[in-house]
Ligand binder design. Structure first.
Ligand SMILES: [Zn+2]
Length: 335
């Protein structure tokens, strides 16, 4: 039988085979495999004359292409008509849920606080987390060997360079850059060399507030902070101010809100006092104005600082500060 006859014969054989029952994989190997029928015909080309060879090569290549495309078509058909596959796909089933991220509770609280103060005309400013002794202490009326330095356990990067212990350094940066009036809030991370416990961590977040203008009074400060507390915790919340001490404000005060859990009746969270301390504040000390070149005879101002973790713990009833930093999604998913 000539090679040309063999080609025709293989074509017929193939059509016959695919019209009946066949095993798809076996069919592929039988015709197109490395030792298959088509490969066998290619080997026979050696016995042809040089006139016949080009024609035979062309026909064989066509045969190979034809069978390949037929087999590919059969592969597609068999996957669609395969009953087990068709049955197992249920178009009415809901899709697989994909995990969705959420905003960290500290960020949520920060955004809320920022939006309250934005409505009161405060703009947002930032200060560096690594800063010099001057910005973190000296200019805030905390000279070297001042006892107030012991109130804050400081991380020193090197001599006279610290991880800031409070966001109050932003006050100095801002006042040195701008002439009064100044009305800013400055959020950010602060660092204290403290033992890690349920109540304290080596880093946390604060928001600093600063307003400098002519004739600013303690009454203005109380009004703004009372408004803030009511926006944050609800209209029924009461505030009170207790005298306190900070080196950079005079007079200084701490603000309490009536306990948001027991409405002031007394519970274990407020330690039966009915009040919760939420921030420190006061009138800017004239010494601070002097260190940034503001005339304390002309300008007055108030400042306040609050811990975002503290606010968030009270807002969500979280009892362990460490939960905010552990990245445990079982905790984070609750917000
Ligand atoms: Zn209470």
């Amino acid at each position: 039988m000539s090679l040309f006859q063999s080609i025709e014969q293989i074509k017929e054989q193939f059509s016959k085979e695919i019209s009946g029952e066949f095993d798809f994989e076996q069919l592929k190997v039988k015709y197109l495999g490395r030792k298959g029928l088509v490969a066998g015909l290619f080997q026979q080309m050696g016995g042809l004359t040089s006139d016949e060879r080009p024609k035979a090569g062309k026909l064989l290549n066509e045969l190979k292409l034809e069978l390949t495309s037929e087999i590919e078509k059969l592969a597609v058909d068999s996957s669609v008509t395969d009953e087990s596959t068709a049955d197992s796909f249920d178009y009415t089933m809901p899709g697989d849920p994909q995990p969705v991220g959420a905003i960290h509770p500290l960020t949520q609280v920060l955004e809320e606080i920022k939006s309250i103060f934005n409505r009161l005309g405060f703009s947002v400013a930032y200060g560096p987390e690594v800063d010099t002794d001057f910005y973190n202490f000296e200019a805030l009326n905390i000279p070297k060997h001042h006892p107030a330095r012991d109130m804050q356990d400081t991380f020193y990067v090197k001599k006279d360079v610290v991880l800031r212990t409070h966001t109050s350094n932003s006050q100095i940066h801002n006042m040195l850059k701008h002439d009064p009036p100044v009305k800013i809030i400055a959020p950010g991370r602060v660092y204290r060399n403290e033992d890690i416990s349920v109540r304290s961590y080596c880093l946390f977040h604060q928001i600093e507030g600063l307003y400098v203008d002519k004739n600013v009074t303690m009454g203005d400060l109380k009004g703004v902070l009372d408004y803030f507390a009511k926006e944050l915790y609800g209209k029924d919340v009461k505030t009170r101010f207790r005298p306190s001490y900070f080196p950079f404000t005079e007079p200084s005060a701490e603000m309490d809100v009536s306990c948001i859990f027991c409405k002031g009746k007394g519970c274990n969270i407020c330690k039966y006092a009915g009040w919760l301390e939420i921030l420190g504040c006061g009138m800017v000390d004239p010494e601070v104005f002097k260190s940034v070149g503001y005339d304390p005879e002309k300008w007055t101002g108030y400042a306040f600082g609050l811990g975002i973790e503290r606010i968030a713990m009270l807002k969500y009833g979280v009892e362990d500060i460490r939960l905010f930093y552990e990245g445990d999604i079982r905790f984070l998913r609750q917000f």
